[in-house]
Design a binder for this molecule. Structure first.
Ligand code: AP5
Length: 248
């Protein structure tokens, strides 16, 4: 399978309709991706999405899409969320959960999901469990990507993103065909505002304080799989498939 899923309903909200048909329910896969900022979750989500057809559901992408939306009104809550993201702080659980509840259809979609950046706190994980339980939908596995901090800093420092289609590149590890230009939509690539050194530090602290406790939460549910994130994206992807096969 090599399917690029339409994420309109996730990025723009439930009033938008996705054009990609969901895969057969028997193939529906549902995973959560965990790991420190910049470890490579989004990169692996894109590979997993192409392999399984599951939709890449990133809460960070929702906030970035809101910020770059031309002409569309942004609610005060979303405006506050975007400002917190810019500083590297976590968005409040209340705002994140409201946004996810509005997109419940994406969690129950027969295409399955790859949650990236959500849940990020134990209250968010508990709320997700409640939502999925009511819908009779199960998380198959939670993958935690592990990488040394200096390698993470190198990855974040070289990251460039497309503000239009959200594609992610790296200056040396995954450069675009034409420097500074998105392969997919020809837009000019940018460096994320929260990839500035002062924001990176705040994000790493937020990960250690608020997100790392999720490892114990999912370990207790016997869903957690650790995957070393060193090496090329393809090597990490191969390790991920091995970890998922072991989980099945
Ligand atoms: P979010 O967008 O989720 O950011 P993040 O978790 O900080 O993760 P990143 O997107 O920075 O990194 P990644 O792990 O996806 O790495 P990538 O694949 O890009 O959240 C942003 C903000 O939104 C948060 O700080 C917060 O403010 C807010 N937010 C979002 N969700 C929230 C929630 N639930 N609750 C509260 N607040 C929330 O890779 C990084 C770079 O490395 C790229 O350049 C890539 O090309 C390169 N790379 C990847 N893999 C490899 C490899 N194997 N080898 C070499 N280079 C690689």
């Amino acid at each position: 399978m090599n399917l690029q899923r339409d994420r309109s309903a996730w990025l723009q909200g439930p009033e938008s309709v996705c054009q990609t048909p969901p895969v057969h329910p028997a193939q529906c896969r549902r995973f959560v991706l965990l790991g420190a900022p910049g470890v490579g979750k989004g990169t692996q989500a894109a590979l997993l999405s192409a392999a399984f057809g599951a939709c890449h559901l990133s809460t960070g992408d929702i906030f970035r899409a809101a910020r770059t939306s031309d002409g569309r009104a942004i609610s005060p809550a979303m405006q506050a969320a975007v400002e917190r993201m810019r500083r590297g702080e976590l968005v409040s659980d209340e705002t994140v959960l409201q946004i996810v509840r509005e997109r419940l259809g994406c969690l129950t979609c027969r295409g399955g999901f790859l949650l990236d950046g959500f849940p990020r706190t134990v209250p968010q994980a508990a709320a997700l469990d409640g939502l999925l339980e009511r819908e009779n939908a199960m998380i198959e596995a939670v993958i935690s990507y592990d990488l040394a901090e200096d390698e993470i800093i190198t990855r974040i420092g070289g990251r460039r993103t497309c503000p239009v289609c959200n594609a992610v590149y790296h200056l040396t590890a995954h450069p675009p065909r034409v420097p500074g230009v998105c392969d997919g939509c020809d837009s000019a690539l940018v460096q994320r505002e929260d990839d500035r050194p002062e924001a990176i530090h705040i994000r790493q602290q937020a990960y250690l304080t608020s997100t790392a406790p999720l490892l114990a939460y999912y370990q207790e549910q016997r869903l957690l799989r650790h995957v070393p994130a060193h090496g090329t994206p393809e090597e990490v992807f191969a390790r991920t498939l091995t970890a998922l096969a072991a989980a099945a």
